[in-house]
Structure formats: C-alpha cells, structure tokens
Design a protein around this ligand. Structure first.
Ligand code: DGL
Length: 264
C-alpha cells in the first residue's frame, strides 16, 4: 500500500464531516474519500444487522477506491460493525469511535455525566462494556435523541424546532446535576453552538473527532503510511440525493464541493 493512497471515511450521513474536518486539519496532506450513507440515514433506529450490512457495503466500495485505512466516523456503525470489519480486514488500519465516557468520567466535578447519542449506540453491548470499564463511581445518564440527526441532515442547526428538542433533553440532565455532556454521535458537534446557548458555561461538552484524527495519524505512522507534502484531494459521495448533501456542504464543511452519487 502506498502512503499517497487515500483514507476512506464514512457515516450514515453528513455527521461524519465533523470528524473529517478534524482529520483534514491534523493531516492536510492526506487524500480523503467520504461516503454519506444518506439513502439509509438515520442508522440510530435501525437494527445492528442492517447497519453491519451497510457498513460492509460501503467499506468494500472505499477499499475498491484504494483506501489505505478506514475511519468509521459514526458511533452507531462502530458499535454494530467495527468488530466484523476488523475480522475481515485484519491488516487494514480501521478506526472506530465511541462516546467519550473515559475523558468525561475524568473531567466531571459533580460526578454526573450525560450522554447524548443514538438509540443504537446506547443499546449496544459495546456501550455497556464502555460504561463497565470507565464509568467507575460516576453516574452516567443516557439520552437518546430521535429526530435530531434528520434535522442536522437538513441543515437545521439553530432553528426553533431544533432548539426546543434539545432543550427538552438537556434540561432534565442539568436538573440531575450533570456538568459534563458527551456528544456521542458525530452529527451533534454541528449543533454545539446551539447547545452552548442552552447549558451554563460551566458544563463541558465533549466529543471525540480530534481524538479519532490523532489515532488515525498514529496508526498510519506506525505503518509508514502517512502522506507527505502538498494538500490531499477530497472526494464526496452520497447514497441518497447528492444535491441535498451538496446544498448543506457550505455550512457543514465551509466550502461548496461536488458530491457524486453512489449506488451501494
Ligand atoms: N452519526 C452517527 C453516529 O455517530 C449516526 C447517526 C444516525 O444515523 O442515527 O452515531
């Protein structure tokens, strides 16, 4: 595998762009392929088998495009599919992600942490194992957020409807004394400014996009696969309506770029 080969990144939709931007910032020389599985979004309410099948199909596509590493920029897909993917491709660097329970448990002063994530992530065995391992004496309150991903997909990042939904989920967590909120879905960093308005400044908001980028750098470096020099290329695909993703890209990515249709 050549070091100038691209890195393949995917999510159920545009949420993984919050991870992609961290990768771009940390590793600007890497060429990046991004698939939004928007034809099948949201993953959060679907069965693990369904998500596994989608993750395998997209991973195969990205490997067919020459990807030297895979990033599952999706907590829900990681919970359902990362073990299977690692079993299938034992030589390939595969980076998954999970809600930041460990750093949140270390950071909380009140001893109460809230987790905003999808139903699929919160119900998974992987998440239960994560709590067993890292929650310790910290009280972790989980809060699924059905409907939020669809709003973010539509670019509704700060409208009254999104604000009201968020407020109804976050207020009970604050009332329980939560001082640390985990954004356990890659879509949610896009509503961080809105969330910031709804919680006191003393409440920390934690997500894992930057940690995923650092882990990718580490795995590529260990295999001598880091791209060097210049600016890597970018390519975007959507399994849904490419024009819809192209319409929200300027807001979520910061520039307008072409999005290709993918039948996978
Ligand atoms: N962005 C995803 C995650 O990190 C999944 C959102 C969804 O499709 O429900 O969990």
């Amino acid at each position: 595998m050549a070091s100038d080969a691209p890195v393949g990144v995917f999510d159920s939709g545009v949420g993984g762009l919050s991870v992609l931007r961290e990768i771009r910032q940390l590793l600007p020389a890497e060429s990046l392929l991004y698939v939004a599985d928007s034809g099948h979004v949201p993953y959060g309410e679907k069965s693990p088998d369904y998500i596994r099948a989608r993750s395998l199909a997209i991973s195969e596509f990205l490997l067919g495009q020459g990807a030297k590493a895979l990033v599952l920029a999706c907590n829900t897909a990681t919970a359902a599919a990362v073990a299977e993917l690692r079993g299938r491709y034992p030589q390939l660097p595969i980076i998954g992600m999970e809600p930041a329970v460990k750093p949140a448990a270390a950071a909380t002063r009140s001893g109460v942490v809230g987790v905003l994530a999808t139903t699929g992530t919160l119900k998974s065995a992987k998440f239960a194992a994560l709590l067993d391992r890292f929650a310790g004496n910290v009280r972790v309150i989980t809060r699924p957020c059905p409907g939020l991903v669809e709003r973010i997909e539509a670019g509704e990042l700060n409208g009254a409807g999104t604000r009201e939904l968020l407020r109804s989920w976050v207020e009970p967590l604050l009332a329980e004394g939560c001082d640390t909120l985990i954004l356990g879905c890659t879509h949610y960093p896009f509503i961080k400014p809105l969330l910031r308005e709804l919680v006191p400044a003393s409440v920390s908001l934690i997500d894992t996009g930057a940690a995923v980028a650092r882990r990718l750098r580490q795995l590529l470096a260990e295999r001598d696969l880091l791209a060097v020099g210049g600016e890597g290329k970018l390519r975007f695909w959507s399994t849904g309506r490419p024009e819809e993703m192209a319409a929200v890209l300027p807001r979520l990515w910061g520039e307008a770029l072409p999005v290709e249709a993918l039948l996978a």
